[in-house]
Design a protein around this ligand. Sequence first.
Ligand SMILES: [Zn+2]
Length: 492
Amino acid sequence: MKLLFRPLTALLCAAPLLVLSAADPLSPAEQELLQTIRARTLQGHISFLAADSLEGRDTPSRGLDVAADYIASQFRRFGLQPGSGDSYFQNAAFVRAKQPMDQFSFLLTAGDGQFKAAAEHTAVSAERAFALVDATPVMIQASGENAALPPASDVAGKAVVLLPGELRGRALFERRAAILALKPAALIVSGQAFMMREQLREAGSGTPRPPVITISDPAFASLAAKIDAKSKLSLSIQAPVEEPVPLKNVAAILPGSDPVLAKTYIILSAHYDHTGVNPRAEGDKINNGANDDASGVATVLAIAEALSAAPQRPKRSILFITYFGEEKGLLGSRYYAAHPLVALAQTAGNLNFEHMGRTDDNEGSRAGKLTSTGFDYTTLGQDLSDAAKLTGIEPWKHERNSDAFFGSSDNQSLANAGVPAITVSVSYIFPDYHRAGDHWDKIDYANMERVVRTCALTAFRVTNAAQEPRWVEANPRTANYVKTWRELHGAQ
Ligand SMILES: [Zn+2]
């Protein structure tokens, strides 16, 4: 490992006309910085965070809290400023909500037929008690000839019945979201009724969302197809039973050294939760989450340690943050974006880290390679590529997953707020993904040392660059993010 940069120097000397990168070569200060990142340190962090005694760091769990204490203790050791007032913990008041069904009722009248829903064929997701008496429902078909969304005025405040037809999976989920954005009073979906045992959500988070009722009885689908202006719907839903669940993101700040640039921040992030214990799994049933995502947390910690000890402090400020609840739907990062510790308009960019340790990807070895989601969505992809070339790592875009996985991790929450944000990874899907075998001893630490050095160099250069990271506007997939970025910065 100590020889990391020598072959590159030798190559440059032997072939002075060979241009490896448009980026400046490594400065002595950068070389020194990168040498402080060691495989042994990464192994120390991951073997603790992924230990059986932390029981897979479910959200919420005691193992998750122990992990949070460990991360905070490391931030304290590096001498970083607490990220949230005088604390490393950004406390988030959540509730665990369960939906009682004993008083549930649902009656649809359409044509000359009636349908009464039984609780066992119904799933309800509601934030409060809700009732309708003889309301006139609006029926929407999600596929086929009449699949176009009606105007918002036909939907707002109405009970909407959605018939998915051929629509499945993500496409159906997006159609549901589009309808909910039109603010119906309630949304009733014909489909597989999978009742969540419990839901985690922020306590008292503003206006409650409309209730969503999913009914799997085929008799409902056939009657709902006959809904017209004379149809009637009555419905009664009980209030969920809520129990408080305190959660926390763990955050620290390294103030920038430049009086102007220090007012802007780069976020380096990863999620410290995983999926906990799976009673139906083989073996010890503990989903240790070493690669997912103790490896990302170890990356954040290693870069935090290196930069906080560097003789040359970065010009911009850095917020190091590890999130709870990523596996339950980006809960910690969504909470952060709704309650940012530093102003979003002053948050210049976000490098999030996932799956940094294992090289045995299901599609083949990823040794010596580094990729990201949204690889060509932001200028950060080019920054990562430049740093990779200088550290002997091959940057690459996964033809399918780089775009497809953009919304699969916490970068999405910052991107939705307009901040240029990507998730950097070595591998996407590996053999023990979300299983009990994701153990710390399966990580390729020698490779991880090299890729984390590359990420540290990327972070160091991004924090020192005169230009802030930007969305790549030429890429049509960034259109919504560019729009939000402009709103955030008051730009036209
Ligand atoms: Zn993950």
